[in-house]
Design a protein around this ligand. Structure first.
Ligand code: UDP
Length: 361
């Protein structure tokens, strides 16, 4: 059994880390193909190093292009690589252009596709991620769903064969680094932060960054919160670039920093009083660490956390609305996480590896 794993963006390195280890443990040969979607040290290299992921066997160096051009060039590059390497299966993660290109290139060559994080839906086709994940699911023969809601979404689209509810590999990843983050990260002292005494925020979704009005609302509301409590904002390169081009200044009080590695991020999450984010992964990590969360979007794929009140949605339609949600969440008690109820037991990666290894026989 020979697998090619296609990754390209930050959350995919994190998701791939526990699965790569689990594949090695069951003796499945894996070659990593990095598309280059995220390419700099802070968005890519640091995750390979900290999470001890094997160096990519191939690096296509395709990044920083519009969706069509990027997906097209990736398709071409991945197809070429697959023709040369002839894997039995292509493993893709999540919902980026790298996911879409990996899945399409493979299925067209009759190579089976396995999708980790299958079945997530926002039901908002204006999001590029929603298009990518729907297509990936429909061309996959193995669909590794993280949650019950994801299995149900797949069922509604007629996808039942090859669906496995394995749990969330991001929980596996969080457990993988929880102790080392506490032991090795110095981020709190570097930034002069007190555990429980600051808010952590991230903003990078295209629906927020590519819409100047929404971005102004989010930054404005975070700025108001930062008058009350220190607020740290590790800025995604896309967000920084757009803020600069809009001339949108960082309000006083917001500590805008470069993106951080995973150990520092987990440390920042664990010790935050509140997390405000439009990231899929960060919403769940807030819950894993028992930190209240405000999601700066109209909807979320991780509906269970909104249902139990651990996460609240704040659509960035006005500064007043977002501000109100942030201040209300600041006063809510910490959620008592029951991670197993929703996201599995931290052994999702082992299950995925087991299922893939069994296909070899
Ligand atoms: N993350 C990180 N450093 C940062 C910001 C995020 O390590 O400065 C991690 C975060 O902990 C989570 C993942 O990146 O595991 C989420 O990635 P992102 O928000 O880019 O994508 P999404 O989850 O929305 O697809």
């Amino acid at each position: 059994m020979k697998i090619t794993t296609v990754v390209g963006a930050r959350p995919q390195f994190i998701k791939a880390a526990p699965v790569s280890r689990a594949l090695a443990a069951v003796g499945v040969a894996e070659a990593i193909l990095h598309t280059g979607q995220h390419f700099d040290a802070g968005m890519s290299d640091v995750f390979f190093r900290e999470l001890e992921i094997a160096a990519p066997a191939r690096h296509l160096g395709i990044g920083g292009l519009p969706h069509g051009a990027m997906t097209g060039r990736m398709l071409e590059g991945i197809e070429q690589a697959l023709l040369e390497d002839r894997p039995d299966c292509v493993l893709v993660y999540g919902d980026t252009d790298s996911t879409l290109a990996g899945a399409l290139a493979a299925v067209k060559l009759n190579i089976s596709v396995a999708h980790v994080e299958a079945g997530l839906r926002s039901f908002n086709l204006a999001m590029p991620e929603e298009v990518n994940r729907r297509v990936a699911d429909h061309v996959s023969s193995l669909l590794f769903a993280p949650t019950e809601a994801a299995v149900e979404n797949l069922r509604r689209e007629g996808l039942m064969d090859g669906v496995h509810r394995v749990g969330d590999v991001m929980y596996d990843a969080a457990l993988l680094v929880a102790n080392s983050a506490r032991a090795r990260s110095t981020v709190l002292s570097r930034l002069g932060l007190r555990a429980g005494g600051y808010v952590l925020a991230t903003v990078h979704r295209a629906e927020n960054t590519d819409n100047a009005a929404r971005l102004r609302i989010i930054i404005g509301a975070l700025g108001e919160l930062a008058r009350e409590i220190p607020l740290v904002l590790p800025l995604h390169p896309r967000t920084r670039k757009i803020m600069t081009s809009l001339g949108l200044a960082i309000p006083p009080g917001i500590r805008a920093i470069e993106p951080v590695g995973f150990l520092d991020m987990v440390m920042l999450e664990q010790s935050a009083r509140l997390i405000a984010t439009d990231s899929g992964g960060v919403q769940k990590e807030a819950y894993f660490h028992g930190v209240p969360c405000v999601t700066l979007r109209e909807e979320t794929e991780w509906v269970e956390l909104v249902e139990i009140g651990a996460n609240r949605l704040a659509a960035p339609v006005s500064v007043a609305a977002v501000r109100a949600a942030l201040f209300a969440a600041l006063e809510t008690p910490r959620p008592q996480p029951e991670v197993h109820r929703f996201y599995g037991d931290g052994h999702a990666a082992g299950r995925i590896a087991g299922i893939l290894a069994a296909r070899a026989h």
